[in-house]
Design a protein around this ligand. Structure first.
Ligand code: B12
Ligand code: SF4
Ligand code: SF4
Length: 267
């Protein structure tokens, strides 16, 4: 059944990418299954916040969280150049098109699972984040880590074996499968041996340093970009769940797109 779920995801994304109204290209997705009762997950309220949801808040008999990572392409990453504060229009569009695709893909997966007698659901908290704390009560990266999809980089991204220039999503289900385990290796070169830190050099605002990350400084630039890139909509909603949280695409990604860990290809 794990292979079946992976196939559904891969095929759906491939077909979706053929739609005439879709410009963004995606690479081969990675899929992991996080154990809903793994101690790491049960501890998320302590690690992140007491308000963070658990899989059982979404589905009473949750067994696993299906986590998938959808990589972008090198061509897209190259459009989002360093040395400027502004995100490329292509990067903004890819952000919006991918977030829209996720909604459709999750609906498709829920339908497939339910047709076979399983239950599945998504956390409504995943589509929003607290505008003051700049934190979500459903962190994809933590579920991705628990599903063994990667390790945290200095740039704050969850680095996977295919890189970090892509986006995550999740689905909670009561499907009976053998869950994957968090990985013990470290992918980030800085965390491994103190080298690299390219992501820090590329950050135009100083939000990202080797000492830490200032999410508010980062968000200021994202909102600046949102005011420029209004043409593709705004996929994140505020906490009411009804209103877009910005006027456009709140993006930057300079700590991702030209980094060696974007696709694990050193330049
Ligand atoms: C709120 C939010 C933001 C905020 C705050 C950013 C932040 N770093 O949290 C703002 C709006 C500023 C933002 C910016 C960006 N975001 Co954002 N954002 C989110 C959102 C909605 C929630 C994240 C959250 O709650 N973070 C707060 C807590 C939970 O995490 P944290 O503060 O980062 O700290 C934890 C980790 O660093 C971790 N950690 C660090 N080291 C280690 C080591 C170990 C061993 C462990 C276990 C944990 C660990 O533990 C910390 C404490 O919990 C998620 C989507 C989602 N629902 O998950 C996307 C998400 C994190 N964003 C994403 C992206 C790509 C971006 C941007 C590049 C914007 C863009 N698209 O152009 C920038 C990158 C900024 C950066 N360098 O972090 C992607 C990341 C993809 C990836 N490969 O990991 C996500 C997952 C969206 C998605 N669908 O894929 N984002
Ligand atoms: S650019 Fe280098 S230091 Fe930064 S997250 Fe990637 S591997 Fe780690
Ligand atoms: S998204 Fe931009 S501002 Fe935020 S940490 Fe990355 S490079 Fe810096």
């Amino acid at each position: 059944m794990k292979e079946q779920v992976r196939q559904w995801i891969c095929e759906y994304i491939e077909n979706y990418g053929q739609r005439p109204d879709i410009v963004t290209k995606w690479g081969e997705p990675l899929v992991g299954f996080a154990d809903a009762s793994h101690p790491y997950i049960l501890n998320l309220k302590t690690i992140i916040d007491t308000t963070h949801e658990l899989p059982t808040d979404v589905l009473e008999d949750a067994s696993v969280v299906i986590v998938y990572y959808v990589p972008f392409t090198r061509e897209l990453a190259e459009t989002n150049e360093t040395g400027t504060q502004y995100a490329s229009a292509e990067w903004a569009r890819a952000y919006e098109e991918t977030n829209a695709m996720f909604k459709n893909l999750n609906a498709f997966l829920i339908k497939q699972l339910e047709m076979r007698g399983w239950h599945a659901g998504i956390s409504p908290k995943s589509a929003t984040f607290d505008q003051k704390r700049l934190k979500s009560d459903w962190s994809y990266r933590h579920f991705a880590y628990a599903a063994g999809l990667g390790s945290f980089g200095l740039n704050n991204m969850l680095l996977t074996k295919s890189g970090c220039c892509g986006r995550f999503n999740t689905l909670v289900t009561n499907l009976e499968v053998e869950p994957d385990q968090p990985m013990t290796d470290e992918y980030c070169l800085y965390k491994k041996n103190g080298s690299c830190a390219v992501c820090v050099k590329h950050c135009p605002t100083g939000a990202l340093t080797t000492e830490g990350y200032d999410r508010h400084k980062c968000y200021e630039l994202l909102m600046k970009n949102a005011r420029i890139h209004t043409e593709y909509g705004s996929s994140y909603v505020d906490e009411s769940g009804k209103k877009a949280n910005s006027v456009g695409s709140d993006v930057c990604g300079k700590c991702v797109t030209q980094s060696p860990c974007a696709f694990w290809e050193l330049k």
